[in-house]
Design a protein around this ligand. Structure first.
Ligand SMILES: Cc1cc2nc3c(=O)[nH]c(=O)nc-3n(C[C@H](O)[C@H](O)[C@H](O)COP(=O)(O)OP(=O)(O)OC[C@H]3O[C@@H](n4cnc5c(N)ncnc54)[C@H](O)[C@@H]3O)c2cc1C
Length: 410
């Protein structure tokens, strides 16, 4: 069956690429395309841009990396922004970005299925309301689309408050509470720190090994230092240097129950995507015992948890700092471009392009820096095809006499 069934009332022809997701990646690629004269349509499941930042992050969050590494292409942060902008500053920047490039996503369009139709050579993208058709599909739904909720025995029995960090806002709701934070990545550490600052009593579960690095070394961001050193030295040497300085400035984290992995922080990040923790104060609270380190959880009980070392504890609340995952496998069909975990199979730096007009932006495990590179590559690639295709699109819309409810013609 061909893709262009005129009797289907709810299909919309998109004269340009379809971008799924209006986070930083979707906005960046739309802006780069526009700069190259290519229109695009962003489909976004929520009712705002950057929904991860607006709806799923805690109040005290600041960018983990210095601002120069978190800028989107073609439009810089305001000069008066601090080195590590707050999440509110970052959101206001993204809103200005969308306004500057006149990007108007179609909100409340959750993509349920996207599939390439080999018969007519177009992508069919199905939301709850419409079926969109386009020659290009750009996947920008992010590495953090869904919260990971681990299966822990007994988790349903817990009578206290149980939440994922994606719904945690502030420690004000937990004053004087004993809180079990499960997970010790950046979110687990920062939520534990926030709990401390609100006179809660956090206990942080550390099941695996973890690299903790100071956010800055001698006033310079650790990330900047790593980036600079990597231009001159092999990755393993850079890792050794980072660990040497981390041990000198932070002391041995192993003694605190935070074992370091055998593989260095950058090598581990490249191999597994596991980000080192950039310490913003949690470590000193661990040293003073205000954040207590707990072993892995064996079982959740009605009133708390049993741990792998045989101990038990009572807790008022449990916060799952267990991370996020891509949701691509749930809606992207008919192609083996992605792994089961929803990441491109082709390794960095070539994972941004698939076959038949498929692209991905923001799946490099390199944060917004990776997004910016992907966006520029995609825009360059599509703009080359666009000139040829533009005429066809115009003819197509005219000959099909598309009206507003049938097609979008830019
Ligand atoms: C707490 C936290 C702090 C972080 N700090 C930094 C930092 O300092 N620096 C940095 O570089 N990175 C940071 N990151 C990583 C960060 O997630 C990304 O850099 C950035 O948000 C990625 O943008 P994105 O557009 O790829 O994904 P997202 O921001 O996740 O945006 C994806 C969008 O796609 C939408 N979507 C998902 N599925 C569908 C669907 N089926 N249909 C329609 N729309 C859909 C979502 O609603 C969302 O709006 C942080 C992440 C977290 C969780």
């Amino acid at each position: 069956m061909g893709c262009c069934k005129e009797e289907e009332p709810k299909w919309l022809w998109v004269n340009g690429p379809i971008i799924v997701g209006a986070g930083p990646s979707g906005l960046a690629v739309s802006a780069c395309l526009k700069e190259n004269g290519v229109p695009s349509l962003i489909l976004e499941r929520s009712d705002c841009i950057a929904s991860l930042w607006q709806q799923k992050t805690y109040d005290r969050l600041k960018l983990h990396l210095p601002k120069q590494f978190c800028q989107l292409p073609l439009f810089d942060f305001p000069e008066n922004f601090p080195k590590y902008p707050t999440k509110h500053q970052f959101i206001s920047y993204l809103e200005s970005y969308a306004k500057h490039f006149s990007i108007t996503p179609k909100f409340k369009q959750s993509v349920k299925v996207a599939e390439f139709d080999g018969v007519c050579g177009f992508w069919r993208v199905q939301t709850q309301d419409f079926q969109y058709l386009s020659k290009w599909l750009i996947v920008a739904t992010g590495e953090n689309a869904e919260a990971v909720i681990p299966e822990i025995p007994g988790i349903d029995k817990f009578k206290g408050r149980l939440m994922h960090t994606s719904v945690y806002k502030s420690g004000t709701e937990f004053i004087n509470q004993r809180v079990l934070v499960i997970g010790c990545g950046n979110s687990g550490m920062e939520v534990s720190l926030d709990l401390c600052r609100h006179n809660a009593i956090p206990h942080m579960v550390v099941r695996n090994s973890v690299h903790i690095l100071p956010r800055e070394m001698l006033g310079i961001s650790t990330f900047s230092i790593a980036m600079a050193l990597l231009k001159w030295m092999p990755l393993r040497i850079v890792d050794k240097l980072l660990l040497l300085v981390a041990n000198l400035t932070l002391g041995s984290t192993d003694k605190l129950g935070l074992r370091r992995p055998k593989t260095g922080p950058l090598e581990l990040k490249n191999a597994t995507g596991k980000t080192p923790v950039l310490d913003v104060g949690a470590l000193s609270q661990i040293k003073t015992g205000k954040i207590q380190i707990m072993p892995g959880v064996k079982e959740i009980t009605k009133i708390g948890a049993k741990f792998l070392d045989g101990k038990e504890g009572e807790f008022d609340s449990i916060i799952l700092a267990t991370g996020y995952k891509s949701n691509v496998p749930s809606w992207f069909k008919g192609s083996d471009f992605f792994t089961e975990q929803g990441m491109p199979k082709t390794p960095f730096p070539n994972g941004w392009k698939g076959e038949n007009g498929l692209y991905t932006v923001g799946f490099t495990r390199r944060g917004i820096l990776g997004t910016a590179n992907d966006a520029k590559n995609i825009a360059r690639d599509i703009s080359e095809q666009w000139r040829e295709f533009k005429g066809f699109c115009k003819n197509f819309c005219t000959t099909k006499n598309l009206s507003d409810n049938q097609g979008i013609c830019f």
